[in-house]
Ligand binder design. Sequence first.
Ligand SMILES: Nc1ncnc2c1ncn2[C@@H]1O[C@H](COP(=O)(O)OP(=O)(O)OP(=O)(O)O)[C@@H](O)[C@H]1O
Length: 374
Amino acid sequence: MGVEVVVEGLSKSFGRQTIWGDVTLTLPQGEISVLLGPSGTGKSVFLKSLVGLLRPEHGRVMINGVDICSCSEHKLYETRKLFGVLFQDGALFGSMNLFDNIAFPLREHTRKTEAEVRRIVLEKMEMVGLIGAEKKLPGEISGGMRKRAGLARALVLDPEIILFDEPDSGLDPVRVAYLNQLIVDLNAQIDATFLIVTHDIGTARTVPDNIGMLFRRELVMFGPREVLLTSTEPVVEQFLNGRREGPIGMSEEKDAAQAAAELAALAANGGSTLGGPKGGGGTGIVPQIEVSPGLPVRAAVRRRKERVMRILHTLPPTAQQAIVASLTPDEQAYFGVYAGAGAPQRMTQPIAPPSPQPREPWTPSPWTRPGGEA
Ligand SMILES: Nc1ncnc2c1ncn2[C@@H]1O[C@H](COP(=O)(O)OP(=O)(O)OP(=O)(O)O)[C@@H](O)[C@H]1O
């Protein structure tokens, strides 16, 4: 199972330029999280800070009890082994074929025999659908294949945390759809903790369990997907709808009065706007991508339900309603909630099956759809 990443009060500057400050969030173990934000808000800097390539000035990043912002070089080296990183362009060596590119971390960081290397490389190439392309050079394949090769390379050391820096950049919508399915399927198979930086709204709406957003040098929000997808925060709505009207301007942010005037004009116009975001926009909840048939269910989905139901009362009412509405009637009974009008109600008398006392961690048992999401 992937490990939890706890970020507390993290701040990063370059000289006098503050990139972001006081960022606090937890990437829950094995769950898929997405980080959104306009260009230049420091998403890549955040990924580099998580893996210890950049050292923020304040705050902590706790992984397995190690603060990677202040630990020794040796601890940092050890902790980095938990990570797999998919860089934007795949970061493949142009003169090496795909097999050697993917084998590279194994040959560099382990003492495995060539037979073992071959077995692992072919296993990972199969996972990402690249069997048969071992001899190809990066320059001979499509952008989508290069991303998948980069992903296979990120997988060879069996990471517990995978960071994806704009995995969908430069891909057509069909390739993005395939890649998103692959990400969900991989999560089901390896149960590692995933963090994806993306600008693709379709990806943000359908792939993650949690969504966060950076804007104006801070983390605007981070939480279960239902929180951002039902948010009425202007910057979140503008981003998710790919609108010009709102606080985000051409070079990051606009004057507050101008943004307010634009939003008022937009509301008067019934909310219609020209153009649309990449990946399809709109607010509201859309179903998450399900794991492909024949693969294991995502263990993170069950854990997330338990986790989110524990914090339900702390979430905005619209998010609470969306979360409760996503539960099956049996799950609602198990958790003792029902989705009536307004905010979800706690039931005083749960209907059958009765909640076990003391309650066991939630398990799929009779209420899980066979082969599907819990
Ligand atoms: N090593 C560095 N030294 C100085 N400034 C840097 C460095 N790395 C990044 N920056 C600055 O940090 C800011 C955030 O950059 P970053 O690439 O993280 O943004 P981003 O949100 O990932 O953008 P995009 O969505 O366009 O990829 C930019 O102003 C960039 O110039």
